[in-house]
Design a binder for this molecule. Sequence first.
Ligand SMILES: CC(C)(COP(=O)(O)OP(=O)(O)OC[C@H]1O[C@@H](n2cnc3c(N)ncnc32)[C@H](O)[C@@H]1OP(=O)(O)O)[C@@H](O)C(=O)NCCC(=O)NCCS
Length: 176
Amino acid sequence: MTQPAAPVLREMRWWDIDPVLVLEKDLFPEDAWSRGMFWSELAHSRGPDATRRYLVAESDGRVVGYAGLVAAGEQADVQTIAVARDHQRTGLGARLLTELLRAATAFECHEVMLECRVDNIRAQQLYERFGFAPIGFRRGYYQPGNVDALVMRLTTEPGSGPAAGSAPVQGTDIND
Ligand SMILES: CC(C)(COP(=O)(O)OP(=O)(O)OC[C@H]1O[C@@H](n2cnc3c(N)ncnc32)[C@H](O)[C@@H]1OP(=O)(O)O)[C@@H](O)C(=O)NCCC(=O)NCCS
């Protein structure tokens, strides 16, 4: 039996929003992004003033993963990352994150931040493998479930090594 081809990563376009929303509702049932949120992100993802990089992973014409990052000055934020259930644990999440970090470098960002539900251990393990370290919490960040976010940071300044200066600070609240 032939192995299925590895998903191809490419830029997310407006026509991907419908299939992305199907995955979004399945993978984030409590706090799925709306169609308008994706439209508004993609509106900033092209041209010389682009501040966003959004990707999809496509396999046999089907969207099986997606991810997005926003850059603001020297800081980038991972906005979202998700892999269809039947493609999880195949390394696709790591491929998407690698591409986002490449985009952060292209935007000349030296720090990458992200928020993750405190109960999402699988995602936290992925981020830790890439050198992200926990730096605090945002209380009740995910609504309407009122679930806290763990804030993680990766510092990529030359010579500082991964996650330098971001030792875990258990119990630190971030309220900005
Ligand atoms: C978090 C998420 C994006 C990770 O995606 P993924 O494609 O499963 O990630 P990877 O395959 O790169 O790595 C996940 C695990 O699979 C393992 N793995 C990778 N390739 C593998 C393979 N060929 N065979 C078996 N295991 C493999 C990795 O070692 C890793 O193990 P760990 O969880 O014990 O650390 C995915 O679980 C997801 O979409 N979750 C729902 C949405 C979500 O929570 N997003 C994050 C919001 S903060």
